[in-house]
Design a protein around this ligand. Structure first.
Ligand code: TXA
Ligand code: MG
Length: 331
């Protein structure tokens, strides 16, 4: 058993493991991460191995002090300081030109690096006590949904990590928003996440280019199929699309069940229709329904503004696998 409540003793132990080149899962405000010494290619390679993650998918480097940002990057656009000043610590990752302190394996050979300062005392303490920046993807097997509780990590990767720090459920519940900031100060959204793009636009005083407007290799990890539970997911707009007598179907509803569903095969994301609350519950709803061994999970569409954009992005990626498999059967 390598799961420990995240008290000061365990944080010290986790920091020692990371300093020695090991890998530790730790809580952040978004999802649980799987961290290693960002300066050590060998340590970082263990993360890819544990997750079965392809090496072309770069990692985010987590820091606890603003000074660490300057060590990891070069030619920081002014806009980067403005936005990190406003949103750090918090669920914003900036992708900016990297310095030579960042090994290739972290950035998948790209000339840029993703950096974020998480808003979670355990994550910040761990980085401080270890005294180094921590490279960390979400602590799930590649392509699977992200963990928002220590038990999710334990179930999916328990035997593959040196230690899991249990800091309770993640409050934000979806991954950070990732933006690329170019040298001319323009901003591109690379992944919708915990900070609504509207808030970034307001703070930056300019429009943010959305993913369908961005082309090229800027976001190599932004695969269409991702965040999938093992159970196929199908997005629905209305109750006409579901058969409530089908006891092998599970449901994720936004504010209330579209029909009376017997048993506990459904989840409601936010009775008040609050998108922040809905985002914080989305992955754990998926995890629970996925553990029931159902044939299909029907997920109701949510409004696509604020954090709804991040929810719909995850929902579409989960459903893309189902669509692909359905198409394969047609052939
Ligand atoms: O909230 C989060 O961001 C969580 C917690 C643990 O911090 N981390 C996370 O990491 O979601 P991960 O590895 O699951 O997703 C990071 C994404 C990947 O899709 C990757 O392609 C993208 O960030 N990324 C990282 N560095 C990049 C870069 N230099 N250029 C473009 N995309 C980058
Ligand atoms: Mg991930």
């Amino acid at each position: 058993m390598n799961l420990y409540p995240a008290d000061m003793n365990s944080i010290q132990k986790a920091a020692d493991i990371i300093r020695a080149g090991g890998i530790v899962s730790f809580p952040t405000e978004t999802v649980y991460g799987l961290g290693a010494d960002a300066r050590s290619p060998e340590a970082v390679a263990r993360i890819f191995e544990a997750k079965n993650r392809p090496f072309f998918d770069p990692l985010i480097v987590h820091i606890a002090e603003q000074d660490q940002l300057f060590t990891l990057t070069r030619d920081l656009p002014h806009q980067a300081l403005k936005l990190t000043g406003r949103f750090w610590p918090g669920p914003l990752t900036i992708v900016v030109p990297r310095s030579s302190a960042v090994p290739d394996i972290v950035t998948a050979g790209l000339d840029t690096v993703g950096v974020r300062m998480p808003d979670h005392t355990v994550a910040l303490e761990l980085i401080r006590v270890a005294g180094l920046p921590i490279a960390a993807p979400s602590a799930n097997p590649f392509g699977y949904i992200s963990p928002t509780r220590a038990s999710h990590v334990q179930r999916q990767l328990g035997s593959r990590v040196d230690m899991i720090l249990d800091g309770g459920p993640c409050t934000v519940g979806v991954e950070s928003t990732i933006i690329g900031i170019r040298s001319d100060g323009s901003i591109a959204l690379l992944r919708a996440g915990g900070i609504p793009v509207e808030e970034i636009e307001e703070s930056a005083g300019m429009r943010v280019a959305l993913p369908d407007e961005v082309s090229g290799p800027e976001a190599p990890g932004q695969l269409k199929v991702h965040y999938s539970p093992s159970t196929p997911v199908k997005i629905i707009d209305s109750s006409r699309e579901i058969d409530i007598d089908d006891s092998s179907a599970g449901f994720i509803f936004f504010t209330r069940p579209l029909q009376d569903i017997p048993g506990d095969r459904y989840e409601v994301l936010s009775e008040e229709g609050n998108l922040r609350e809905a985002a914080s519950r989305f992955f754990s709803a998926m995890h629970r329904l996925d553990s029931l061994g159902l044939r299909v999970i029907y997920a109701e569409r949510v409004p696509e503004h604020g954090l709804g954009r991040a929810i719909m992005d995850r929902m579409r990626k989960a459903a893309a696998r189902y669509d692909r498999e359905a198409n394969d059967e047609d052939r």
